[in-house]
Design a protein. Structure first.
Length: 334
């Protein structure tokens, strides 16, 4: 059979991937690197949407996609990073071969900050299942230093990646907790949540690692977010296992609240103070790494989907009952 010319092969890349024609798709991706910027951009956008719909289709193609992380065009680099995030979430093993390329993007101080953020997010998904692949001091330092960025979305992705590093191997962050909680008062709720969750995870295995973070965690017990309050209480609860006398505890009012994320964890902390042992748990979800792992996605989803109470959470406008789920004044989705 006659081989298609280069341009025709490039056009067929999405079809080839859908049909699991891996070798030909790989040749197409190699050929795509020689195409003009517009063709590269449009093709990568199509592939990114394909990855969103079927990330496992790229399981053996990540190494062929990775060169676009260093493309001359910034939109192409960002689209590639987003594609790899989708694959990493569904199949972390598939992204292991390109961990060095993602780490390079994260470490590049001249790189567009959203590319760095998406690279961090992909690394986080790998760290969750394959912590040994994302354990270099350099990567961890780049994630931590990046929390000082001004862009909320960037800090959010970095904090999420650090939480996943902790969930994959709590040992890796046991000496970093005090540095992480320095950012636990960030204005972004998800940043505060992810960092307090990372601290709680480390504390489950290494209670003494939270000693220098207790003041910041105690301050989060008054946080506006019940999920941040809950994780901070949980972290303090596991910290009690190391030092009953020196650990600040939640007020009884928080523990007496309704059956909520925060109240359950406040009760856990108070019970742990009375019986500082690993046996103090509630429904198996509190005070353990596996319990936190089971509940963290739901908590993050709740944070991203707050109750609107009929008003825009951004500008306060009364929202119309009918119409698209977007504030007509400021454009923020709800």
């Amino acid at each position: 059979m006659e081989e298609p010319n280069q341009s025709a092969l490039v056009e067929r890349i999405p079809e080839l991937i859908r049909n699991d024609a891996r070798e030909t798709a790989t040749r197409g991706l190699d050929a795509l690197r020689e195409e003009n910027a517009e063709t590269r951009k449009l093709t990568l956008q199509t592939l990114r949407h394909l990855a969103d719909d079927d990330p496992t289709a790229f399981s053996s193609l990540c190494a062929s996609v990775a060169p676009f992380l260093t493309d001359d065009e910034r939109p192409i680099r960002l689209t590639t990073a987003k594609l790899l995030v989708a694959v990493a979430e569904a199949d972390p093993d598939a992204v292991v071969p390109v961990v060095p390329a993602l780490a390079d993007r994260l470490a590049d101080e001249d790189e567009f900050y959203y590319v760095r953020a998406r690279s961090a997010e992909a690394l986080g998904y790998v760290a969750l299942e394959r912590p040994e692949e994302v354990n270099s001091p350099e990567v961890l330092a780049d994630l931590r230093v990046g929390l000082s960025f001004d862009e909320p979305e960037v800090k959010e992705k970095l904090a999420k990646a650090l939480e996943f590093v902790a969930l994959g191997d709590p040992r890796r962050l046991r000496r970093q907790v005090s540095h992480l909680v320095e950012h636990a008062d960030d204005e972004n709720e998800l940043v505060r949540y992810h960092l307090c969750t990372a601290a709680a995870v480390v504390g489950c295995e290494y209670p003494a690692a939270l000693v220098d973070a207790r003041a910041e965690l105690r301050a989060r017990l008054d946080d506006d977010s019940p999920f941040v309050r809950g994780r901070a209480a949980e972290a303090l609860g596991v910290s009690v296992r190391d030092d009953t006398e020196g650990t600040p505890l939640p007020d009884a009012e928080l523990a007496d609240d309704e059956e909520s994320f925060a109240a359950e964890r406040a009760r856990f902390a108070l019970q742990a103070a009375n019986s500082p042992s690993d046996s103090v748990e509630i429904a198996g979800d509190i005070g353990t790494v596996e319990g936190i792992r089971r509940t963290t996605d739901d908590a993050a989803t709740e944070i991203l989907s707050p109750e609107t109470d009929g008003e825009c959470s951004h500008c306060g406008l009364t929202l119309p009952e009918n119409g698209p789920p977007m504030c007509p004044r400021c454009g923020v989705p709800y």
